[in-house]
Design a protein around this ligand. Structure first.
Ligand code: LRH
Length: 457
């Protein structure tokens, strides 16, 4: 995405889009990191070519999904394949952690991150336990944005926002937690002091058209960027939802939420890299729908077909019985449709009859899942929330927005906004000195946003 900032307006242009998928090899799941890097370089070249004669890209910032990483040697050479976070390899470690309430509590109080199958901590612990020699071969653990920042700038660094997703940072000091590293058996030498958001890493190397372009360490976690783009009320009365493969349902706060009730509610205290926090909960999200679609031969591929499907689902009555979207079986089932049917059958509920009926059930259930988090965050923070703001792909799904408003009994404001890209650029603009701070950026952005309000019924 190329952004242009002029007269306090951000114009975005998509110059390159490419598919990203997990590669299942035997029992394990991996990302194709070299393939992604090839596409990133191609995108950057196209971005440079797309500019009018004489103009240059001022900067580039990288954000990705959370938790995944590349183990490298001292020169930055990858020495271990990058597993995808849905790989089932963490199940044993997750069970060990959740079966030990004392350890769980200690790790949560230290890192502010709940025990979830995808945590980098559990993934890294599995790697080290299975291949102990890796602790001498690998010299650094770079999270994905750190790795792409390295490929771009040549600097081996860690960004604080992405590091905060690992369940290895001290949530209060922002440095690595020695006790968490020890608990998971990880070498402290793999991690260097995390950089605050906005740090300049140098100029892009190896891409001639970008040789004067700066690499800026923006919040590397896509969710932090998406939240940065949300024009939330300054008094903290908004719930923010970044709705895509995951629904990240959260709030802005100057402190982490660390009580036992926060552990039970699985609150992840995301760090922005600017000293504040976004306590949020990972709700299974549209992954439920994306995966269910794989089980149907005829599924939508174009925007018009999506609208048709959502409208067919909207025409159905509201689901009386909902899915329990917190069920861990939905994390990575062989067939999502079968996993849904099995949960319903266990509860003596008839499975849906066709695709629109699944869509209706999934959206209604996710709406309730969102609302449950809103209620928990209200209790934990003592705040009264007045509105929910939704960004991301799910914010364009009228059924999901309405289901969320109805279940939470709050208005939902959906914003037509490429959340992560906009937040990423906001952070570059601040680092470059073009915008003073995030609050100012949000004030400007509000004026150009297209929004829609769904009132609770
Ligand atoms: C969303 C996201 C989320 C993480 C998950 C791994 O893309 O970053 O915040 O928990 O991916």
């Amino acid at each position: 995405m190329v952004g242009t900032w002029a007269k306090n307006r951000l114009e975005l242009r998509e110059v390159h889009r490419f598919p990203n998928g997990v590669r299942q090899v035997g029992d394990n799941a991996y990302w194709d990191i070299p393939g992604l890097w090839e596409q990133v370089q191609q995108g950057l070249e196209l971005a440079a070519q797309s500019l009018p004669e004489g103009e240059e890209l001022a900067s580039v910032g990288v954000d990705t999904w959370g938790v995944d990483y590349v183990l490298v040697d001292e020169s930055g050479r990858a020495v271990y394949p990058t597993h995808a976070y849905r790989d089932n390899r963490t199940q044993a470690g997750l069970k060990a952690l959740t079966d030990d309430p004392t350890a769980l509590r200690k790790i949560y109080r230290t890192t502010g991150i709940p025990a979830i199958f995808l945590n980098s901590s559990l993934q890294l612990a599995e790697t080290v336990a299975t291949h102990p020699a890796i602790t001498t071969t690998a010299k650094r653990c770079l999270f994905l944005p750190d790795y792409f920042n390295f490929l771009l700038s040549g600097k081996l660094t860690h960004g604080q926002s992405i590091a905060g997703t690992a369940q290895l940072l001290n949530v209060k000091t922002g440095g690595w937690s020695r006790s968490a590293l020890k608990h998971f058996g990880l070498p402290a030498g793999w991690f260097s002091r995390p950089l605050t958001s906005g740090t300049k890493l140098g100029r892009v190397r190896n891409i001639p058209a970008l040789k004067r372009t700066r690499v800026i360490s923006v919040p590397g976690h896509d969710t932090t960027c998406a939240y940065d783009a949300i024009p939330a009320a300054a008094d903290g009365s908004d719930i923010l939802i970044s709705s895509g493969t995951w629904s990240l349902v959260g709030m802005e706060n100057d402190r982490p939420l660390l009580s036992d009730d926060a552990i039970a509610a699985r609150v992840a205290n995301d760090q922005t890299g600017r000293g504040d926090y976004r306590p949020l909960v990972n709700v299974i999200g549209l992954w439920l729908l994306e995966e269910t679609l794989q089980d149907f031969k005829s599924r939508p591929s174009k925007a018009s077909e999506w609208t048709k499907l959502i409208n067919a689902a909207r025409a159905l009555p509201t689901s009386e019985q909902l899915l329990d979207v917190t069920d861990p079986v939905f994390g990575n089932p062989a067939s999502m449709r079968q996993a849904i049917d099995a949960q319903l059958k266990r509860r003596r509920i008839k499975p849906p009859v066709d695709l629109p009926a699944y869509v209706r059930l999934i959206c209604d259930s996710l709406g309730q899942g969102h609302a449950d988090v809103v209620a928990n965050l209200a209790k934990l923070s003592g705040r009264t929330f007045k509105r929910i703001i939704m960004v991301g792909g799910g914010s364009q799904n009228a059924l999901l927005c309405q289901a969320t408003a109805d279940a939470a009994q709050l208005p939902v404001m959906s914003c037509q906004l490429e959340g992560s890209a906009v937040g990423n650029m906001a952070n570059q603009l601040i680092a470059l000195g073009s915008v003073k701070c995030l609050a100012e950026f949000r004030r400007h952005l509000t004026k150009q946003l297209t929004t829609k309000i769904y009132r609770a019924r």
